[in-house]
Each structure stands twice: as structure tokens, then as C-alpha cells.
Design a protein around this ligand. Structure first.
Ligand SMILES: C[S@@+](CC[C@H](N)C(=O)[O-])C[C@H]1O[C@@H](n2cnc3c(N)ncnc32)[C@H](O)[C@@H]1O
Ligand code: SF4
Length: 502
């Protein structure tokens, strides 16, 4: 799935103990990113668990489908998955069970989903759905606790569909989707949300209305149109499939789950953002954020926070959010930094080389990449290589890390990949988290977050957010978590919670 709908559809964490742990970890992630820490003591709050790096289709611009990926086809075994889930699932808000292949080719996928969903992580599967599914398998998937099943169906007719989903069986896909929707209704389940995701190209853009009618007919929860990546006719490497030539359709995301999500008013942030926002604080141009002293200990927080909230004059430099928020785990235990570096030679380490996940996430490649980003550039948006010369690549780390980050394949992912995820988590935040973030935003957000998260950050400035009362139960829970956690920043969070906005 794309994640544009996420701020509206991500459910809250129901269990208070789990919610406390996940949000404590989330605060630590924000704090470490803000400080530009190289070594981290929190866990990812988002993770890609790629259980199957193989596919039966041949989609022309997919590195798996066209065979250009440099990664072996394999399936994740149960022991590796259990190790991951035991360590990480309690801290995860989101777990993406797909990346470089077709997840339904893993016969035990539903068991893995159930394990992670059992810890209230929202699990997502994107699938070509061109796989025969017995009623028993359909039921196992529906009952697994899966949060969303997103079916990649780029066409509303067999002939159109087959032009991109080469080797796929349109009739089988539609039968599967309709059967899942019917069975889900019969079982009275709210989740998984069933989504039809339609990549738009020049050859299928005329089928938007047909897809809308079919999705409504089947009773799907969501329909998303998204521009498919493709090369222009005649461009080197073009594959006979070309970019869409029409404007994006009105309502690129629709469906009953999305409509219901827009109406949610369960938390203070959801109510504040729905209630007509005042203009966000004036945007600060922070393509290169400037350093700030984060060591001062005041109730109001430091630097940017004291100077009037998020942004202000303070700040720190560029980051790649992947290195603080998430990671990619492949079936053989390889640990990659992000979804844009998909070849095995770009992996940072292997899980089995470390005693635990925390050690793996602090492997030398992670430390070097985080440090290289935090060291920043020369202030003019130019990167310096190891010898001090201005490197031609101004979007990666410019040569300082000795990792794929030096030549980041898609720099926009560094700062935009997590916008919707963080928005979703902030919108669901319980009052005690809002009280902390509203009291000391400069300890958790970069000045440049103001342009990434203008609506949610403006909500934190509202008097209602700043005046939230202390919550003794939440404070006790946070103090207990802090006492057992190696990162002193959690005790700092508890102090802020106690004192509130001064
Ligand atoms: C590599 S696929 C793996 C999951 C599954 N096999 C599928 O196709 O949904 C991950 C995502 O990439 C998307 N994708 C494939 N080709 C694309 C393209 N040309 N442009 C944008 N997204 C693409 C798929 O639709 C899917 O959402
Ligand atoms: S179905 Fe998914 S993994 Fe398979 S070739 Fe197409 S995009 Fe790639």
C-alpha cells in the first residue's frame, strides 16, 4: 500500500501497557534522531519483514520481476521470525510484511502475521494476489490479525491488467479479492482492511471509473490510485509501459474505511486537527538545520523549544529517518538500512552476527551512516568527501560513511518516507505523550519537521495541548519503563511529563 491513508486508518493501541511501551520507544526514537545520535538504545517503531524474496510475476519495472535485483530468492524460517518478533514486536507500531517479492508465496505467512499482530503492531501485506487461495488459507489470513491486505491490481480488465502484471491471472486475482471481502463480511471482522491498489500508467488510466465501480461492488474497504513508475517512450531501458498522461484522479484514495477514518475524533490531536487549525508557525527553511545545544535541562526543553516552539532558530542537521525509525529484514537474516537499497551488497549486517537486535542496529555501518548524516554538510547543501573536497553527490552522505548512504539511490526517502507514519502515530497519541511533546517540542523534532508535519505540530502548539493535566498513572508507568531502560532520555521524558509546559 501507499501510506497516504495511514494517518486516518491506523488504529490506536488498545492495551494501556503496550501503548505505554510503544510510545516510550517512539519518544526515544524522536529524541535520538533530534540529537543526531550515532549509537541508539531504542528499537525501530516500524519494520519491514520481508518473508519471501521471490515472485511468480514479471512486472517490468520491479527489480524482482525483471530479474535485476542482486538478492537471493529465499523464504524466512520460523526461528528467525520468532527471534525478531520476540524482541521487536512490543515496540512496533507498524510491520510491513513485503518488500522484494510476493509475500503470499510464504506458506506460513499467516502465522508470522499473527505473532506480530498479537503485540498490537499494525501489519500490512501488499500482494499481487495471483495465487490460488483455498478457503482455509483465506480464513487463516483473515483471522491472523492482519491490519491491511493491499492487492496490487493495475487494471480493471484482463487485457489491461496483463500489460504490467506480466504472468498474473486477472480472473484469479478478482476471485480472490471478492472471496476475501465476502468471507470477511461473513466473519464480521473489521480487519484486515482490504484495499485495491491501482498503479496508474498510460495504458490503464482509462479504467479509473471502472475500478471504482468494481471496488464498490465487491465491498472493499479502500481503493488507492497511485502513479506507477515507468520510463517515457524511447528512453533507454523503457519496458513498453509508460507513465500516465492524465492528471491524478480526484480522490486518489477512497472507500468506506477512509471515510470513517476522516471522521475519527478519538484523541486530542485528532480533535484539534479536525477543529480548524490556526496557521502553522512560519516555516523555517531548514534544508540544512543548524546545530543546537541539547544538553541543557529545562522544563521547556532546549534551543528551538525555548525560542518559541518547533523550529525557531535552533535545530540540528540533516538526518536519514530510516536510520532511527525502521529497517529491512530479509529471509536469510540480512539487515538492510532502507527500502531504496534493495541489493544484498548494500546490506549493513546480519542478525546472526550479533547477540541481539540492538547490537545489530548499532553495527559499524549504522554508526558510520548516522554519524555521517549528523555531521552534516558544509552549510551550503554541499557534501564533503573524506579528503575535504566538495563531492558531486550532495544528497547522500557524500562519501563519509563507506555505506550505500554515500550514494543514496533515492534521497527523498530520507526525509519523506516516514511523514505519514509519524503523523498517524501522533494523531493516535494518548494525552501523556501529547503533554510531553507539547512541553518540549525542540527535544523531539527538527526545525525542518515543521514543513513535514505542519498540521500535527501546530496542534501541539494549541493551548489545549499545552495545558493537559499531569497523569499520575502514566507518569508511574513511564518512570518504571525508564528505570529499566538504558537510555537516560526516557527519564528525561518522565521529568517533562511531570513538569509539563512551564
Ligand atoms: C515489489 S512489490 C512487492 C509486493 C507484491 N509482490 C506486490 O506487487 O504488491 C512492492 C510494491 O511495489 C509496487 N510497484 C511495483 N511496480 C511499481 C512501479 N512501477 N511503480 C510504483 N510501484 C510499483 C507494487 O505494486 C507493490 O505495492
Ligand atoms: S508482483 Fe510484486 S514483486 Fe512480483 S514482479 Fe510484480 S511488483 Fe515485483
Amino acid at each position: 500500500m501507499g501510506d497516504l491513508a495511514l494517518p486516518h486508518i491506523l488504529p490506536r493501541v488498545h492495551d494501556a501497557r503496550r501503548e505505554a511501551r510503544k510510545y516510550a520507544n517512539f519518544l526515544l526514537a524522536l529524541h535520538a534522531r533530534r540529537a543526531g545520535a550515532a549509537r541508539v538504545a531504542h528499537h525501530p517503531f516500524d519494520l519491514t519483514v520481508d518473508c519471501a524474496t521471490l515472485c511468480q510475476l514479471h512486472c517490468p519495472y520491479c527489480a524482482v520481476g525483471n530479474g535485476t535485483i542482486r538478492r537471493k530468492p529465499s523464504l524466512m524460517d520460523a526461528a528467525l521470525h520468532e527471534r525478531l518478533a520476540a524482541e521487536l514486536a512490543p515496540d512496533l507500531f507498524l510491520a510491513w510484511y513485503f518488500s522484494a517479492g510476493e509475500p503470499l508465496l510464504h506458506p506460513r505467512l499467516h502465522e508470522h502475521l499473527a505473532r506480530t499482530a498479537g503485540e498490537e503492531a499494525f501489519t500490512v501485506v501488499s500482494t499481487n494476489l495471483s495465487v490460488p487461495l483455498t478457503p482455509a488459507r483465506q480464513e487463516a489470513l483473515l483471522r491472523s490479525g492482519l491490519g491491511m491486505l493491499s492487492a496490487s491490481v493495475d487494471g480493471a480488465s484482463a487485457a489491461t491488467y496483463a500489460q504490467y502484471r506480466r504472468g498474473g491471472d486477472f480472473a484469479l486475482v478478482m476471485d480472490n479479492l471478492a472471496a476475501l471481502a465476502r468471507r470477511k463480511r461473513e466473519m464480521g471482522l473489521q480487519f484486515p482492511l482490504l484495499e485495491w491498489r491501482f498503479l496508474l500508467f498510460a495504458h490503464n488510466q482509462h479504467e479509473v471509473d471502472a475500478a471504482r465501480a468494481m471496488a464498490a461492488d465487491m465491498g472493499l474497504d479502500l481503493l488507492e490510485f497511485f502513479p506507477g513508475y515507468a520510463l517515457l517512450p524511447g528512453a533507454p531501458g523503457e519496458q513498453g509501459v509508460h507513465p500516465m498522461t492524465i492528471p491524478m484522479p480526484q480522490r486518489p484514495i477512497s472507500g468506506p474505511a477512509y471515510e470513517a477514518g476522516l471522521a475519527r475524533r478519538e484523541t486530542l490531536v485528532q480533535r484539534l486537527v479536525a477543529d480548524g487549525m490556526p496557521p502553522a508557525p512560519a516555516p523555517v527553511d531548514t534544508a540544512v538545520d543548524t546545530p543546537v545545544d541539547t544538553t541543557q535541562d529545562t522544563a521547556q526543553g532546549t534551543g528551538a523549544a525555548r525560542s518559541g516552539g518547533i523550529g525557531g532558530q535552533g535545530g540540528t542537521r540533516r538526518r536519514c529517518d530510516w536510520l532511527y525509525y525502521s529497517g529491512m529484514i530479509y529471509p536469510d537474516g540480512a539487515f538492510g538500512p532502507c527500502c531504496v537499497a534493495t541489493d544484498a551488497d548494500d546490506d549493513f549486517t546480519r542478525l546472526d552476527a550479533h547477540p541481539d537486535f540492538g547490537a545489530a542496529w548499532n553495527a559499524p555501518a549504522f554508526l558510520r551512516s548516522r554519524a555521517a548524516f549528523a555531521a552534516g554538510d558544509d552549510g551550503n547543501g554541499k557534501k564533503r568527501d573524506g579528503g575535504g573536497a566538495v563531492a558531486s553527490d550532495v544528497s547522500g552522505t557524500g562519501g563519509a560513511a563507506g555505506t550505500v548512504c554515500d550514494r543514496c539511490p533515492l534521497p527523498v526517502a530520507q526525509e519523506l518516507q516516514f511523514v505519514q507514519k509519524v503523523r498517524a502515530i501522533l494523531r493516535n497519541a494518548p494525552d501523556w505523550v501529547v503533554r510531553i511533546l507539547a512541553a518540549a517540542p525542540g527535544e523531539f523534532f527538527l526545525p525542518s519537521d515543521q514543513r513535514r508535519l505542519p498540521v500535527e505540530l501546530a496542534a501541539l502548539h494549541r493551548p489545549d495541548a499545552r495545558a493537559l493535566p499531569a497523569d499520575p498513572d502514566a507518569l508511574a508507568r513511564l518512570r518504571a519503563l525508564a528505570a529499566a531502560h538504558p537510555d537516560p532520555a526516557l527519564a528525561r521524558c518522565a521529568d517533562i511529563l511531570e513538569r509539563g509546559h512551564a
